[in-house]
Design a protein around this ligand. Structure first.
Ligand code: HEM
Length: 504
């Protein structure tokens, strides 16, 4: 009897030991092997510590810098660890998020070579982010890969064609004028423009993309904002094995909010399905997605795309307008020039002729410069789905995660010159790359076939909203503004943007 018990105990211990070794190997052994392959190619980086990788060094910075002095030299303050590692290892190195090695790239020439080797369909997104951000994006376009990505991109692209965009213009004007009338009627000396514009672009995407009322739109908007705060403002341990268990409150909160948002979109989809019975379907984003659902889009795919577009469709554009207003409030000469241009090209009317917007040249340079200094999407991520042969000296193994530092490239004096941190919209006067020494050094909307699908909507919305503001108000920075850009997926001002507004 005793012998049987002993054999049983030994068997259990052996089994547990086996599971433990497998776990350690898959969590640390596999990544280390991949790391060795990268090192063989001459890629170095800071030493990782199991199981946190380089997170402790990265977390040291998470204290927000805060200043009344407005400096645009934000890369070294937002990402001091990247600046330090760049000084030691150059523009390409390997660092670790927990047990996940990432190839850091701030070298446009390497990006050019990678883009020549890999088509959009064959790029993946890091699995660690696909899992972590699932409540927010599910398998929507930002996160989808391979054939799914091709199918979804093909279905969604027509939603942003010139005819559909033109049809959105009057709703954009109407929603913006409502916000401006409120500003005027409130008589407030000071307004948090970031909060106001984000809410308005939320209303715009709710109406133009989904045809839903302000009230339902606001509900989705608020839940998405809470989800964003839970996922990106808290110091969770992304990439660390069992990191979610170490932050159970945030994990449960994110899951709960994700499900609530799914439910809200399910009822929006349901209502639309009922309303289109017997009538001509609308050509907005939801209309196109529903049409495709008849050809095999599942309900979950529909919901994931709704979440992706609701979030992607308002936050980034709102931030581009917000940072522009900060720059115009602190560069009154440019504010004056854009106001004059708006009056000349578009006039003071409530009606805006969309075809005239292309005449807003200076506004175009200012938008490019604002997105250079403060790119709403501060980085892009990729995962290699097969070995990538870059050159005889460099081959990137399948499964490698990549972190493309857009802020880093946009603030690199070697690419832009010594005035890199100055606001100079005229850089873009005669050159769409703003005089950058490498065409892939300026990537506010990403690159290759996975470039932002919504950029034309942004150009339209940006120009309409800014024209309407400039022709109705002049503005200066409030003394209460504290300059503290921070990354919560997007690049935002931590304490909003209070401006003093004077009606014209
Ligand atoms: C200032 C405004 C915007 C900026 C700076 C911006 C930036 C970007 C960037 C950098 C990417 C590439 C990400 C990557 O390569 O991983 C991207 C992709 C994407 N953007 Fe935008 N975006 C903006 C506006 C919009 C709008 C208005 C929408 C939707 C209406 C949108 C929806 C998307 C989607 C769905 C993708 C994924 C495309 C794909 O992978 O095929 N974005 N955006």
């Amino acid at each position: 009897m005793e012998t049987i018990l002993l054999v049983f105990v030994i068997a259990i211990v052996m089994a547990l030991l086996y599971i433990f070794c497998r776990l350690i190997f898959s969590l640390w052994g596999f990544p280390i092997l991949a790391y060795r392959k990268l090192k063989k190619n001459g890629l170095d980086g800071p030493s990782p510590w199991f199981p946190f990788g380089n997170l402790s060094e990265m977390k040291k910075k998470t204290i927000n810098f805060q200043s009344s002095n407005i400096s645009h030299d934000i890369h070294s303050t937002l990402f001091p660890f990247f600046t330090r590692w760049q000084n030691s290892f150059g523009k390409t190195f390997v660092y670790w998020l927990g047990t996940e090695p990432f190839l850091y790239i701030a070298d446009p020439e390497l990006l050019k070579k990678l883009s020549a080797e890999v088509t959009a369909k064959n790029w993946g997104k890091p699995a660690v982010f696909r899992r972590d951000r699932a409540p927010m994006f599910g398998n929507g376009l930002v996160m989808s890969e391979g054939k799914d990505w091709v199918r979804h991109r093909h279905v969604i692209t027509p939603a942003f064609n010139p005819t559909n965009l033109k049809a959105m213009a009057s709703l954009i004007v109407e929603t913006t004028i409502k916000m401006l009338d409120n500003w005027k009627d409130s008589g407030a000396q000071e307004i948090d423009v970031e909060r106001e514009i984000t809410a308005t672009t939320g209303d715009i995407i709710a109406k133009t993309g989904f045809g839903i009322s302000d009230q339902s739109g606001r509900l989705v908007f608020e839940k998405l904002r809470s989800l964003q705060m839970t996922l990106f403002k808290t110091s969770r341990l992304v990439g660390v094995p069992f990191g979610k268990i170490m932050h159970p409150k945030e994990t449960l909160e994110a899951r709960k909010l994700g499900q609530e948002i799914n439910q809200l979109f399910l009822s929006i989809i349901d209502e639309r399905r009922k309303s289109i019975k017997g009538s001509t379907p609308q050509c907005d984003l939801l209309g196109l997605l529903l049409k495709e659902s008849e050809r095999g889009f599942t309900t979950q795919e529909l919901v994931d795309e709704c979440k992706t577009f609701f979030f992607g469709g308002h936050e980034t554009t709102a931030l581009a307008i917000t940072w522009t207003m900060l720059l115009l409030a602190t560069h009154q000469d440019w504010q004056h020039q854009l106001r004059e241009e708006s009056r000349e090209v578009v006039g003071d009317n409530k009606e805006i002729d969309v075809d005239m917007l292309s005449g807003l040249n200076k506004m175009g340079w200012v938008m490019n410069e604002a997105l250079r200094l403060y790119p709403s999407s501060p980085n892009a991520q990729r995962q290699a789905k097969a070995d990538i042969h870059v050159s005889d000296d460099l081959s990137i193994p399948s499964g490698t995660n990549m972190w493309i530092d857009i802020v880093g490239m946009h603030h690199d004096p070697a690419l832009w010159g010594e005035d890199v941190n100055e606001f100079k919209p005229e850089r873009f006067k005669d050159d769409i790359h703003g005089g950058c020494k490498h065409k892939m050094g300026y990537l506010p909307f990403g690159f290759g076939g996975r470039m932002c699908i919504g950029r034309n909507l942004t150009f339209l919305e940006y120009k309409i909203v800014l024209t309407l503001i400039l022709t109705r108000f002049s503005f200066t920075i409030s003394p209460t503004y504290s300059h503290s850009p921070s990354v919560e997926l997007t690049l935002r001002p931590s304490y909003g943007l209070p401006l003093a507004l004077q009606p014209l």
